[in-house]
Design a protein around this ligand. Structure first.
Ligand SMILES: [Zn+2]
Length: 111
C-alpha cells in the first residue's frame, strides 16, 4: 500500500482504540510509537492500557506485513492475515468506537 494509506490506517487504528480504551479501561499510559514504512518515518502519541497496547501493536504488525498494493478492507480480504480471535477483538473495538463517534456527531448536531 502507499505510504499515505499506511499512515491513515495507523491514525484510524489509534483513534478508534483510544476511544474504546478511554471508555472501557483505566490504567491508561501515554507513550510514543515510531513507524518506518518504506521511506516514511513518523511517530504517534498513543494513550492506551497495556492490553490495548499489545493488541494495537499486533494490528500495526499486520499492517506492515499487508502484501496488497491497494489494501482492501480487512473484512473483504481474500487472505485475511489476522488470527481469528484477534480479528474479532479488533472488529469489536472498531465497531464500539464507530458507534461512539456516530453518537457524538448526532449529539453535536442537536445541541
Ligand atoms: Zn484498554
Amino acid at each position: 500500500m502507499t505510504e499515505e494509506k499506511f499512515k491513515s490506517e495507523v491514525e484510524i487504528l489509534k483513534k478508534f482504540f483510544e476511544i474504546h480504551c478511554a471508555k472501557k479501561h483505566n490504567t491508561l499510559l501515554p507513550y510514543t510509537q515510531s513507524f518506518n514504512y518504506k521511506t516514511l518515518h513518523f511517530s504517534v502519541e498513543l494513550t492506551l492500557c497495556e492490553e490495548c497496547k499489545n493488541l494495537i501493536n499486533y494490528a500495526f504488525e499486520r499492517l506492515y506485513e499487508c502484501p496488497h498494493e491497494i489494501k482492501p478492507k480487512c473484512r473483504s480480504c481474500k487472505n485475511p492475515c489476522y488470527e481469528k480471535s484477534k480479528y474479532k477483538e479488533v472488529a469489536r473495538i472498531m465497531k464500539f468506537s464507530g458507534i461512539q463517534l456516530g453518537l457524538s456527531r448526532i449529539k453535536k448536531f442537536f445541541s
